[in-house]
Design a protein around this ligand. Structure first.
Ligand SMILES: Cc1cc2nc3c(=O)[nH]c(=O)nc-3n(C[C@H](O)[C@H](O)[C@H](O)COP(=O)(O)OP(=O)(O)OC[C@H]3O[C@@H](n4cnc5c(N)ncnc54)[C@H](O)[C@@H]3O)c2cc1C
Length: 371
């Protein structure tokens, strides 16, 4: 029987493995990819899609098409649990997929427990495809009247969503929206002061109100309640409160880091089950915990591909080196960005153009494997 390699999620850390899937199939392995959507969306361009800079087709990878054209099997479904002893993945709905080697790139999610009733009003910044629904809803409501949009969270994804909501509602047929960022204690508090100041200046120039000094405690339908007792109303509420790794590993009783991410060693291999690997936001890298940014998922690609091949062929694994500091560029809408690496910080049109160029190149590279 052929050795079975199963990938859960075709996320940013699996891009190279997907691109070289035909090579694994030629070596005689049966490769299966499980994903709840036929497409994987590139998060770096998600806020830009919300604002209307990019069309959904420009920011997504046709996972199913790539997998099937390269001789693999694609299973449309959500992995719910892994049974590492029986070596099966259990899908929502109960179907099972057996594996000999498993690689997990299931990403992270935004907890939104504070909202009692999420129907139609509340959106999370992930999954990225949800931003398409949010965009439709905002456009529909703003076509009728001036609405209020609230973004809960004071970090990078919050300012990107706020800025791109402004870009969206500046559209000619729409009523301008009131936009409020509920930033908790302080806007962008974990970033250097210059980044904080630039973010504040750009948001304020775009008439985006920043509410600080208290955290959101509860959201009930359209009512936002702060811990200090203040209350606000909004038509659309985004949660951008940070992400948590997929809970699939906790649900499976597999060793995790303190945040619930799959505990992996230097070789991106589960510390408990050597035939399970992982990359991206869903892992906890034991040697040195990593920030949950796409940069690390992208850097893990060659090592993950190499180690899956090596493990299947019973060869030596390669360690992952996270590398040094990374470049971050935030898209604040209206063609304006904030660029930040080491002490180099600047904002404006050039920063956005650099981001747009890098993001489009990344998409071009991996979308080329679709043909
Ligand atoms: C709005 C926003 C903007 C961002 N911008 C940037 C940026 O500019 N630069 C940067 O470095 N980082 C950015 N980040 C962080 C970045 O999104 C993450 O670090 C990155 O997405 C991690 O990639 P991933 O492949 O691990 O996870 P994901 O991108 O979440 O991909 C996971 C994949 O797994 C699939 N999946 C999920 N659950 C299951 C399941 N149960 N079964 C099967 N498949 C499943 C999903 O459908 C998806 O295809 C941004 C985040 C957000 C929210």
């Amino acid at each position: 029987m052929k050795k079975r390699l199963v990938l859960i999620g075709g996320g940013h850390a699996h891009m190279m493995t997907l691109a070289h899937l035909d090579m694994l199939v030629e070596k005689g392995y049966a490769v299966t990819v499980i994903q709840p959507s036929e497409f994987h969306y590139y998060s770096g361009m998600g806020p830009g899609m919300l604002g209307g800079t990019y069309r959904p087709e420009e920011i997504r990878f046709a996972t199913r098409q790539v997998v099937e054209s390269k001789g693999g099997s694609f299973v449309l479904g959500r992995a719910e649990r892994i049974d590492p002893l029986k070596q099966i993945v259990i899908l929502a709905g109960g179907d099972e997929v057996g594996y000999d080697v498993l690689s997990c790139n299931v990403g992270s999610y935004v907890p939104f427990d504070m909202a009692a009733d999420k129907a139609g009003t509340c959106f999370t910044v992930k999954p990225i495809e949800g931003l398409m629904t949010a965009q439709q809803k905002i456009s529909e409501l703003s076509g009728q009247r001036s609405i209020t949009i609230a973004i809960v969270g004071g970090g990078p994804s919050s300012i990107e969503i706020a800025g791109n909501c402004r870009q969206l509602t500046n559209g000619s047929d729409l009523h301008p929206a009131k936009i409020q960022v509920f930033a908790g204690r302080k806007l962008m508090s974990r970033l250097p002061q210059r980044v904080q100041l630039d973010a504040r200046r750009i948001l304020e120039k775009n008439v985006i109100e920043i509410i600080e000094g208290s955290y959101v405690k509860k959201i009930d339908s359209e009512q936002i309640q702060l811990a200090n007792g203040n209350q606000f109303r909004a038509d659309i509420i985004f949660s951008a409160v940070g992400v948590k790794p997929s809970n699939i590993f906790v649900a499976s009783g597999i060793d995790t880091g303190p945040d619930g991410g799959l505990l992996v060693n230097q070789c991106l291999q589960s510390t408990q089950y050597p035939n399970i690997f992982g990359g991206g936001d869903c892992i906890y890298f034991e040697p040195s915990p990593l920030d949950r940014v796409g940069v690390y998922a992208v850097r893990q690609n060659p090592v993950l591909l190499n180690n899956l091949k090596a493990y299947l062929a019973e060869e030596v694994l390669q360690p992952f080196d996270p590398g040094g500091s990374y470049l971050l560029i935030y898209n604040l809408g209206g063609g304006i960005g904030i660029l930040y690496k080491w002490s180099l910080i600047f904002s404006g049109r050039l920063a956005f153009r650099v981001k747009d160029y890098i993001d489009r190149k990344f998409m071009e590279k991996f979308q080329s494997f679709e043909h």
